[in-house]
Design a protein around this ligand. Structure first.
Ligand code: C2E
Ligand code: MG
Ligand code: MG
Length: 656
């Protein structure tokens, strides 16, 4: 940075101008009076000149003076020009002193001579400090006052060489003093300039620092409230927006909890980068659909999103239509490189303030509703209902107590007979799991088996069933002779490598033949995602001589033609078909029986409740019956078996 030296010198010059002019004028008046008193009349002319000069200098100074406020912006060139003018005025003053000393020291009176000398030296001495701002003119000033005086002192009729010499020595000292003062002044200006620059630099750095700190604080705050991947709010951001919205008088809103369906499969199958892309796209689409009404849109967890939308009580459209719009937007295929992904979400909806006024509670409720949506088939929405919470609590109790139930005798097996449609003779028992819970009472197997599947407790539970069924049936066979025991097996059990070997070990342990056991699996076992593993387990069992039945046939939409690819021996037609008396359903049963026969499979009709059903389905070609008509599930015994569809009131006979 260049320091505006001349501008600063001008400031000093302006400051010193009047004081020095005043000193100059008063000295002039003083000496004029002394000389006039001694009869030197020429001195009046000189004083007249000094006065004129002083007035001229005042006028000129007033004309060119730069006010303090304008000094800051004055160009250096301008400052030099003004400095020169002021210096010229000072030199004019010196010129008049030159005239005075020349004439004044020529007078004979020594008192006046000395007075003139003293005043001249005093003026020159004053210039050492007062004219430090004029490095050149200042020196001229000193010389112009001293040199003529010294010259006059040696050229007088009565010369004063010593005084003249002293004058010269003084001049030398004053010149060097002036030089030093000038230098000190310049240095101090430069230093002040540098200090100012330094201060400015420090201020700038401070400002820059402040700006950077503010920016950083803003970024940190944004990061603290925003999800980095999607740009939506994170949990903290959502909490803040909710609190602000409530504080601003927000009175009615809906909270939509979106849980992406099968996101784990996308992540596992396509990779995490693709998973991230899906999340970003989902966020974008949610923003597109809800942006207008949103209090806040947030990513709550891995694949969970929240839309908190303003929803006045008199809102014309239903919240369901917004949920549908979100579902539709999400269902659009997502293209990542050359792959196509599709995301769906199970959406749960809770209302503020009806369902909860606390955000966490509101989210909990919407989450419950989304679990319910997921349970009912994914890709749907559900509006929160109090019974969801009860259902979930019950599920949690079931999951928690199941392990203990196996060891403390709460579980048992009920046996339902399967009889020949033609003769009514006992063919098999199906083992059906029962749980008498100390608090919840009798829990239906459908319910707790589903929980066991979800919580991976199905492995030990399934093993318990096979062992218990084999143990009880082996004792029954020992007394009554051979009978088939049908055990329900969940797909997850088949996916465990050791399943077939465990079955064989159990049979061996209870001295049962493989043909005594039948495994019932549902059509879901043939879903393509785990086809190979399931096939491997079923083939191992089939090779060993265990028979396999497809349970609840007709409910899983599996293709009949694929039956030949599996080692299946029996089809159990689901009781919903038996109960439905429409012609269409009857045709389905007929077709199923026909195809099954072609593949050499036996047909069991489940859920036979009436004699008419039994007769009709027997006429279609079913081989075996199971249902309340024959007997409800109960003890492992043949007592109570009936077969009223056979001619006359005839009791079914034991196979034993
Ligand atoms: P499932 O294998 O189809 O069992 C037949 C179900 O139909 C039994 O219900 C039985 O009580 C019922 N049922 C039998 N005859 C009739 C009838 O005439 N009318 C009506 N309305 N129902 C009849 P349950 O015992 O409640 O079992 C339900 C389901 O739970 C079973 O269906 C099976 O899928 C599952 N389950 C039962 N025990 C086990 C098990 O040990 N392991 C596995 N994985 N699942 C089991
Ligand atoms: Mg079954
Ligand atoms: Mg069934």
């Amino acid at each position: 940075m260049t320091i505006p030296l001349k501008r600063n010198l001008l400031a000093v010059a302006q400051r010193n101008y009047y004081p020095s002019l005043f000193v100059n004028f008063s000295a002039s008046v003083g000496i004029a009076l002394i000389f006039a008193e001694a009869g030197e009349s020429w001195v009046w002319t000189w004083l007249g000149l000094v006065t004129t000069m002083t007035v001229a200098r005042i006028v000129w100074f007033e004309a060119i003076e730069v006010k303090a406020a304008e000094l800051e912006t004055l160009e250096e060139g301008e400052a030099i020009w003004r400095l020169r003018h002021l210096a010229a005025g000072t030199l004019c003053g010196a010129a008049l002193w030159m005239v005075f000393t020349w004439y004044g020291l020529a007078v004979a009176d020594q008192r006046q001579q000395y007075t003139a000398c003293i005043i001249a030296t005093a003026m020159a001495a004053g210039a050492v400090g007062v004219l430090a701002q004029y490095p050149v003119a200042g020196r001229f000033y000193i010389l112009m006052i001293i040199l003529p005086a010294s010259a006059r002192l040696v050229t007088n009729a009565e010369p004063e060489p010593i005084l003249a010499l002293l004058g010269l020595i003084f001049a030398g000292v004053m010149l060097s003093g002036h030089r030093a003062n000038s230098k000190v002044l310049m240095d101090s200006i430069r230093l002040r300039g540098r200090n100012a620059a330094l201060v400015e630099e420090v201020m700038r750095t401070n400002q820059d620092l402040e700006r950077r700190v503010t920016e950083r604080t803003r970024t940190l705050s944004r990061q603290a409230h925003q999800d980095q991947l999607t740009g939506l709010a994170n949990r903290r951001g959502l909490r803040r927006s909710f609190a602000n919205w409530v504080a601003d008088g927000g009175s009615s809103a809906k909270l939509l909890f979106l849980d992406l369906d099968r996101f784990k499969q996308i992540n596992d199958g396509f990779g995490h980068a693709a998973g991230d892309e899906v999340l970003r796209t989902v966020a974008m689409r949610i923003r597109r659909v809800c942006g207008r009404d949103a209090v806040e849109l947030a990513r709550w967890g891995g694949d969970e999103f929240i839309c908190l939308v303003k929803w006045p009580d008199d809102q014309s459209c239903s919240i369901g239509s917004l949920a549908d719009a979100i579902s539709q937007a999400l269902a659009e295929p997502i293209k990542i490189d050359d792959m196509i992904c599709q995301s769906m979400a199970s959406i749960g909806i809770a209302a503020y303030p009806q369902d909860a006024t606390d955000l966490e509670e509101l989210i909990n409720r919407a989450d419950l509703a989304s679990c319910e949506a997921k349970r009912q088939g994914r890709g749907q929405y559900r509006i929160y209902d109090r019974c969801f919470a009860e259902a979930l609590e019950r599920q949690a109790t079931i999951a928690r107590d199941l392990d203990e139930a196996m060891t403390n005798g709460e579980l048992s097996l009920a046996y339902q007979p399967i009889v020949s449609a033609r003769s009514g003779e006992l063919q098999a028992f199906e083992a059906l799991l029962r749980w008498q819970h100390p608090d919840l009472g009798m829990i239906p197997p459908d319910e707790f088996v589903a929980v066991a599947e979800e919580t991976d407790q199905i492995g030990p539970l399934g093993r318990w069933v096979i062992e218990r069924a084999c143990g009880e049936v082996s004792r029954w066979i020992a007394v009554n002779g051979p009978v088939r025991i049908a055990v329900n097996v969940s797909v997850r059990q088949l996916l465990v490598d050791s399943f077939a070997s465990h079955v064989m070990e159990t049979l061996e342990h209870y001295r049962l033949r493989p043909a005594d056991l039948e495994i019932e699996v549902t059509e879901s076992a043939f879903a393509s995602s785990h086809e190979a593993q399931v096939l491997l387990a079923l083939r191992a069992l089939d090779d060993a001589g265990v028979t396999i039945a497809i349970d609840d046939f007709g409910t899983g939409y599996s293709s009949l033609s694929r039956l030949k690819d599996y080692p299946v021996h029996r089809l159990k037609i689901d009781r919903s078909f038996v109960a439905d008396e429409s012609d269409k359903t009857r045709s389905v049963i007929e077709a199923a029986v026909l195809i099954a026969k072609r593949y050499g499979l036996a047909i069991v009709a489940e859920g036979i409740e009436t004699t008419e059903q039994a007769r009709l389905i027997a006429s279609m070609g079913a081989d075996e019956f199971q249902g309340y008509l024959i007997r409800r599930p109960g003890l492992l015994t043949v007592s109570g078996l009936t077969a009223p569809w056979l001619d006359g009131p005839k009791s079914a006979r034991s196979a034993a």
